[in-house]
Design a protein around this ligand. Structure first.
Ligand SMILES: Cc1cc2nc3c(=O)[nH]c(=O)nc-3n(C[C@H](O)[C@H](O)[C@H](O)COP(=O)(O)OP(=O)(O)OC[C@H]3O[C@@H](n4cnc5c(N)ncnc54)[C@H](O)[C@@H]3O)c2cc1C
Length: 186
């Protein structure tokens, strides 16, 4: 049983997995390698002078792995709260987690098929998003969403930030108190 399963390894998902694993949570990251970020040249990501989208995505996954995130290249096909946490079905088999975070970018299809409420997107070129509360929670217990698929503005610094913010809410729920991740300059 994983503590947190993240679906999607773009800026939102990898950022969420980084915070989750760095908090000592057993973290799984599933990805189908269709990130729109891989088409980007980025000069507006705070703190990073300039980078290619592919480099940003690869670095994010490396950061998540550094703290113990398991990464499986596969497509998730369904998510169900089965009373014992959340089951994720994928082309690589089934995985069980206490919490699942959708970070699937432009794609809300699997969430919708799994009975998770979606709504019309409001950002340019974004047709459908997952309906979430301010904390990132969906209508299904244990299922959350972050980044573009959660209706956030389609920019790397914002989707990465939202992934981190939702992960901190999930970690805090698991810990039963608000979580903070600060390292001190030695
Ligand atoms: C041409 C272009 C230029 C851009 N330029 C900039 C820019 O200069 N600055 C900027 O800030 N932003 C830019 N962006 C936007 C930026 O790429 C996005 O904002 C963004 O960061 C999206 O992050 P995300 O994590 O929400 O989604 P994505 O990066 O799309 O990641 C979603 C991930 O989910 C995975 N996934 C989806 N469904 C499943 C499933 N069922 N199972 C497993 N995995 C799944 C996909 O494979 C993908 O890897 C640009 C975008 C494009 C297309």
């Amino acid at each position: 049983m994983y503590d947190i399963i993240v679906i999607g390894a773009g800026p939102a998902g990898a950022s969420a997995a980084l915070f989750a694993a760095k908090a000592g949570k057993k973290t799984l990251l599933l990805d189908s390698n269709q990130s729109i970020t891989k088409k980007a040249w980025v000069e507006n990501h705070y703190g990073v002078k300039e980078t290619t989208g592919p480099d940003l995505v690869d670095t994010g996954i490396e950061q998540a792995k550094k703290f113990g995130t398991e990464v499986v290249d596969t497509k998730a096909t369904g998510v169900t709260n089965n009373g014992d946490g959340v089951k994720v079905e994928s082309e690589a088999g089934e995985f069980q987690g206490k919490h699942v975070i959708f970070a699937t970018g432009l794609m809300a299809d699997v969430a919708e098929k799994s009975g998770i409420t979606t709504k019309e997107g409001t950002e340019p070129k974004i047709k459908k998003v997952i309906d979430v509360g301010r904390d990132g929670k969906t209508n299904v217990k244990g299922v959350w969403a972050a980044g573009t698929c959660a209706g956030e503005s389609v920019h790397t610094i914002i989707t990465a930030g939202h992934g981190a913010s939702v992960a901190i809410n999930v970690i805090s729920e698991l810990n039963g108190e608000r979580y903070v991740d600060h390292d001190i300059l030695k």
